[in-house]
Ligand binder design. Structure first.
Ligand SMILES: *[C@@H]1O[C@H](CO)[C@@H](O)[C@H](O)[C@H]1NC(C)=O
Ligand SMILES: *[C@@H]1O[C@H](CO)[C@@H](O)[C@H](O)[C@H]1NC(C)=O
Ligand SMILES: *[C@@H]1O[C@H](CO)[C@@H](O)[C@H](O)[C@H]1NC(C)=O
Length: 324
């Protein structure tokens, strides 16, 4: 197994009480404990999200013999069609705790917009109407576009949440200091740009390591300052801004972020538009060889109270056979 791993964390209202393992998703668990979102991409990407059966049949998801879960995009069946890809959404609803992503590779390529994020799409006030976004809160743990080698970590929340940040990697003089930085209800949210090697090829090239998350109990007291630290203290207005969250992985192309910044990106000289670039790659095996996530594990640690307030839906049977 390759050494490249990443530790991506979301710590929601976590007390220092002991955190116990509540869920570990590996291999076929991603087929059973996650739903395949197959509606139109809400971010207007040049992408066609396939349902589980179609994604398996097309080989866009696969479980390797060593348990690594692969998930990515493929070639469209016809010229000028959108790229078939995947967006999987956890069937759980997490009230808080520590979520650990252990991953070997992220998708990399001009036009690509991969993300690992969390969202509550249900606003109690409007009975779950999608238009309620971002009232229940969204945590973009790790995302980036094109050939970026740095990650973006961003919060989206309803009105009233302005946040403070701490980041070990923020440019001086902000490094390590807690600073007010904006309104999470603004369209682009409030975010932190991470370090070189936090995304893309820089990330995939990095040999790394995780603390030992195979244990059943975790103590975060000795951890160093993270890439991103968002205080959700009451004086930030964010104390109640993030409701139960579900985990989402997706790989979009172009659209509201990757498409809109095409002209300013390092990919711009390859084609006039993001979509034109994708069309030019349909016969390029090398391009498609890098468009997948390789995930070892997602694990969720919680206190007893956080576990009690969460919901872990029973798995859907994924059938024995996996995509070739
Ligand atoms: C799993 O098997 C059931 C029953 O045979 C079938 O209806 C379903 O389509 C299968 N699902 C997948 C993802 O292959
Ligand atoms: C959104 O938050 C509400 C309130 O905490 C919760 O009932 C609901 O299950 C959450 N939705 C998801 C998808 O976690
Ligand atoms: C960050 O903290 C250091 C040490 O306390 C201080 O000298 C510096 O001015 C602070 N920077 C900011 C932006 O607050």
């Amino acid at each position: 197994m390759a050494a490249t791993t990443l530790l991506a964390i979301a710590l929601l209202h976590t007390a220092s009480a002991s955190l116990s393992i509540r869920a570990r998703y590996r291999g076929a668990d991603f087929l059973e404990h996650f739903d395949f979102f197959s509606a139109d991409d809400p971010t207007h990407g040049w992408v066609d999200y396939l349902d589980r059966g179609d994604a398996m049949a097309a080989g866009l998801v696969d479980v390797a013999d060593d348990g690594t879960f692969f998930m990515g995009a493929g070639r469209p069946k016809t010229a000028s069609a959108r790229l078939p890809s995947v967006r999987i959404e956890g069937r759980h609803s997490i009230a808080g705790g520590l979520t650990v992503l252990d991953i070997e590779a992220m998708p990399v390529g001009c036009g690509a917009w991969p993300a690992f994020w969390m969202c509550n799409q249900t606003d109690p006030a409007t009975a779950g109407t999608p238009a309620a976004w971002p009232a229940g809160g969204e945590i973009d743990v790790l995302e980036g576009v094109h050939l970026s080698r740095v990650s973006a970590t961003t919060l989206h929340a309803g009105p009233g949440c302005s946040r403070k940040f701490k980041s070990a990697y923020a440019a001086p003089p902000y490094a390590g200091n807690e600073t007010w930085n904006g309104d999470c209800n603004a369209g682009t949210g409030c975010g932190i740009v991470g370090a070189e090697g936090g995304m893309g090829a820089g990330f995939n090239d990095l040999g790394g390591g995780l603390p030992d998350f195979s244990r059943d109990e975790i103590d975060t007291a000795d951890w160093r300052l993270p890439v991103a630290h968002f205080s959700l203290a009451d004086d930030t207005g964010c104390g109640d801004a993030f409701k139960n969250q579900k985990i989402i992985f997706n790989l979009a192309f172009c659209g509201d972020w990757a498409g809109n910044v095409w002209g300013a990106s390092t990919c711009a000289d390859r084609a006039a538009t993001c979509e034109a670039f994708l069309e030019s790659q349909f016969d390029n095996d090398d391009y498609f060889a890098h468009l997948h996530f390789a995930v070892n594990e997602v694990s969720i640690f919680q206190t007893d109270a956080q576990f009690r307030d969460s919901r872990y839906a029973p798995p859907r049977p994924a059938n024995a056979s996996h995509a070739p």
